[in-house]
Design a protein around this ligand. Structure first.
Ligand code: KIV
Ligand code: ZN
Length: 537
């Protein structure tokens, strides 16, 4: 009996390492990650080029089949990101999005120029409401655009995906004609988005089944799902689509995406792995890298993961009630259907103290999945030593926060050198901040409504800006009063959104550094003149 069969009867976690059940190609579900395109369209989410490269690397390492790296015509920033990711990605197919026009497709092809395995993803709306109000096009003109766009994309690559935006609100006969036209023109993947998150699972199952049955040439292409989560049904709809024969699922880390987001990659993959008796397919994802990807995406987008989020939430494997704890102590399978280590959640281990040396620190970084260059390593080691001086116990999470900080701020023009704050019940609160701006030290003093406001005012006096602060959030990296505070800030100026993140045992220092980190990104965006990305469904 295979491990999976055993698991299906007992509800215990299958052993992914020893599961040797034969896996057929027809049951392989291709994972198409769109965190860097649809995910980045989440209101307020915005990543720098460096952050996108970091995310793409983690996605590639975890076994994502296709990385949708951006929408090249939308902005120079998107173009650059797709182009750099295309150059660097070793395993995954790299995909660029394009509307159904020659300019969009040419720009996507240009950005993908250096990709080992490029894919052009072109789309057009097919529902009556989108055609009439958004496109202001007649259905026959849309049909012609489908053929023309796919044909044009095929001039650049054999790997062309076509999407029917708002497919779930499209008339079936017309959707069939569009899919047929796309296949005839050379599309190799046909994607059926539930753009507005309106479908329910039975209906979505039926839609995919109907298309596979009625569309000529359906058997020659891969059918794909792209479900939004407006009714909380994105994962259920995607799995229903796979049950109906779709073999590509479009999804994002932490379920990021437009409005309520997209189907969450980690939920799709872990549902398939854990309930393989009911969902008998497989993916190429190394699930042990899920937590790392989730934390990285949350950090760089300043989108906190909800505590009770499935798979990656802080509480997903926590057992609080006495009855549950008692059960867990007797046997973990009483309340655990997955093993935390299978999603990369390791027991928080005591790392080392101030006497630990370079060798041990390097080994710990390797274990946590970091590969730093020599200079970055030296800087991180120095900061670890400083932290170990202030904090008795240094945990894995502390090291992760420290290194993520180091990587994020390595090229910053402005750095926090010193901060002194007068806080407490006696007003006014006052902050004195020294910044290093392009190698020159400058100091300012300011008052404010509280110490954080005073600190930010002092910084603003040296780095003037008109940005709003829609998000300022503090959380503890570990437990205890000596824990590092992790601060996330989001700034918005003239339609540009940037985020900053920093950790320190002193909440005010972390706040100042997070704010300065966001300002550094704002300066880069101003210089590049990057307009906010053009949104696509
Ligand atoms: O939701 C949607 O329809 C999209 C398409 C561009 C694939 O994101
Ligand atoms: Zn979408």
């Amino acid at each position: 009996m295979s491990t999976t069969e055993t698991a299906s009867r007992t509800g215990e976690a299958p052993d992914t390492e020893t599961d040797t059940a034969p896996r057929s190609d027809t049951d392989r579900v291709v994972i198409f990650d769109t965190t860097l395109r649809d995910g980045e369209q989440s209101p307020g989410a915005s990543m720098t080029l460096e952050e996108k490269l970091q995310v793409a690397e983690v996605l590639d390492e975890m076994g994502v089949d296709i990385i949708e790296a951006g929408f090249p015509i939308a902005s120079n920033g998107d173009f650059e990101a797709v182009s750099e990711i295309a150059k660097r990605t070793r395993n995954a197919v790299v995909c660029g999005l394009a509307r159904a026009g020659v300019k969009d497709i040419d720009r996507a092809a240009e950005a993908l120029g250096h990709a080992r395995r490029p894919r052009i993803h072109t789309f057009i709306s097919t529902s009556p409401v989108h055609m009439k109000y958004k496109l202001q096009m007649e259905p026959e003109a849309v049909l012609e655009a489908v053929t023309a766009s796919v044909r044009h994309a095929r001039k650049y690559t054999d790997d062309v995906e076509w999407s029917a935006e708002d497919a779930t609100r499209t008339e079936h006969d017309f959707l069939c004609r569009c899919c047929e036209a796309a296949i005839a023109a050379g599309a190799t993947t046909i994607n059926i988005p539930d753009t507005v998150g309106y479908a329910v699972p039975e209906e979505f199952f039926e839609l995919i089944r109907m298309l596979r049955e009625r569309v000529p040439g359906a058997e020659d292409v891969v059918w794909s799902t792209h479900c939004h989560n407006d009714l909380g049904l994105a994962v259920a709809n995607s799995l229903a689509g796979v049950r109906a024969g779709a073999r590509q699922v479009e999804c994002t880390i932490n379920g990021m995406g437009e409005r309520a987001g997209n189907a969450a990659l980690e939920e799709i993959v872990m549902a398939i792995n854990t309930r393989n008796d009911a969902l008998p397919w497989h993916t190429g994802i190394d699930t042990r890298r899920i937590m790392r990807a989730s934390k990285l995406v949350s950090a760089v987008s300043a989108f906190p993961v909800q505590y009770n989020k499935a798979i990656v939430g802080k509480n997903a494997f926590a057992h609080e009630s006495g009855i549950h704890q008692d059960g867990m102590l007797k046997h973990t399978q009483t309340y655990e259907i997955m093993r935390p280590e299978d999603v990369g959640l390791t027991e928080s281990s005591l790392v080392m103290g101030k006497h630990s040396g370079r060798h041990a620190f390097r080994k710990k970084l390797e274990e946590l999945g970091y590969a730093l260059g020599e200079n970055a390593f030296e800087d991180a080691f120095q900061r670890f030593k400083d932290l170990a001086d202030k904090k008795k116990h240094v945990f894995d999470e502390d090291i992760e926060a420290l290194v993520d900080d180091e990587v994020a701020t390595a090229d910053d023009r402005v750095k926090v050198v010193a901060l002194t704050v007068i806080a407490g019940t006696g007003a006014p609160q006052k902050a004195t901040v020294t910044l290093d701006i392009d190698g020159r030290h400058e100091t300012r003093e300011a008052t404010g409504d509280g110490p954080v406001d005073a600190t930010f005012n002092a910084i603003k006096a040296m780095v003037p800006h008109e940005a709003r602060l829609p998000l300022y959030q503090v959380s503890a990296v570990t437990e205890g009063t000596d824990a590092q505070a992790e601060v996330m800030v989001r700034l918005e100026e003239a339609g540009k959104t940037v985020t900053g993140r920093a950790a320190d045992t002193d909440t005010l220092v972390a706040s100042a550094r997070a704010y300065v980190s966001a300002l550094n990104k704002l300066m880069v965006k101003r210089e590049r003149g990057t307009p906010e990305a053009l949104a696509a469904g």
